[in-house]
Ligand binder design. Structure first.
Ligand code: DGL
Length: 262
């Protein structure tokens, strides 16, 4: 492993870019390798075995392109199969899980809400998180089919996006949650809209910063941090439509990046 290799991240699409952005902020000299598994999106309605197969294929791709750490920048993939993935590879693998612990700690009313994909909310990993970190706190879950796909379209302020957000947030507000966890990395891109719709009395929790901090910690403890002070490269791959992806990367990351067909 050389220190000139990079940080690999992947998701079903653009959701994980919200994690990659935090990683980039903390680690400007590291190379970033990002894969959007767009051909197989959404992940939120897929079975564990399918997700594990995708996670293995992408992990192997990222490692073969120099990833010294792999970030599963997706709650659905993490909660479905990260344990199996870790057992099969020696590269450090970091996941993203719904932030039940920070939400439970900050809740005053003791009622917290989770927005996530249908798959995430039925995993054992999700139940186990809830059991471990939310004793004495009531968790109201709201599955959001279609929301990740809608966010992929980048039409954040459109009537359809707002209508979907209202449909998913209203039941949580009726149950009087004081905190809403963004349990899917796609939702980070519309956290400002979720905060606006939920109102000033509801806190919004996402784990992007915590995950980026964990990347720094792992690279530091494993002696894998980049040794140079230059500016790291950003490489992006998709197995979906390249022109759509190019537009997504330009909107959410910036122009002039290396964008490739997978
Ligand atoms: N961004 C992903 C997550 O965090 C997956 C969304 C999807 O493809 O359904 O769950």
């Amino acid at each position: 492993m050389t220190n000139s290799s990079g940080i690999g991240l992947f998701d079903s699409g653009i959701g994980g870019l919200s994690i990659a952005r935090k990683v980039r902020e903390l680690l400007p000299s590291e190379n970033i390798l990002y894969v959007a598994d767009s051909l197989h999106a959404p992940y939120g309605d897929k079975a564990d075995s399918f997700l594990l197969a995708r996670m293995r294929a992408i992990t192997e791709f990222l490692v073969s392109h120099g990833a010294k750490v792999v970030v599963v920048a997706c709650n659905t993939a993490t909660t479905s199969a990260i344990a199996e993935l870790r057992s099969q590879y020696s590269v450090p693998i970091i996941g993203v899980e719904p932030g039940i612990k920070p939400a439970a700690l900050r809740s005053r009313t003791g009622v917290i809400g989770v927005l996530a994909t249908p798959r995430t909310l039925e995993t054992n990993a999700f139940f186990s998180l809830a059991e471990r970190y939310a004793s004495g706190v009531k968790i109201e879950v709201q599955s959001c089919p279609d929301l990740a796909a809608q966010i992929e379209s980048l039409s954040f302020d459109s009537d359809r996006t707002i209508a979907l957000l209202k449909r998913y947030i209203s039941p949580l507000l009726e149950k009087r949650v004081d905190t809403i966890i963004l349990g899917c990395t796609h939702y980070n891109h519309v956290s400002h809209l979720i905060a606006e719709l939920a109102g000033p009395d509801v806190a919004i929790v996402n784990t992007a910063t915590a995950v980026a901090n964990e990347v720094v910690r792992r690279l530091t403890t494993e002696g894998l941090l980049a040794v140079n002070n230059g500016v790291g490269s950003d490489d992006f791959w998709t197995n979906g439509a390249l022109d759509v992806y190019r537009n997504q990367i330009e909107q959410l990351w910036g122009q002039g990046k290396n964008i490739f067909q997978l």
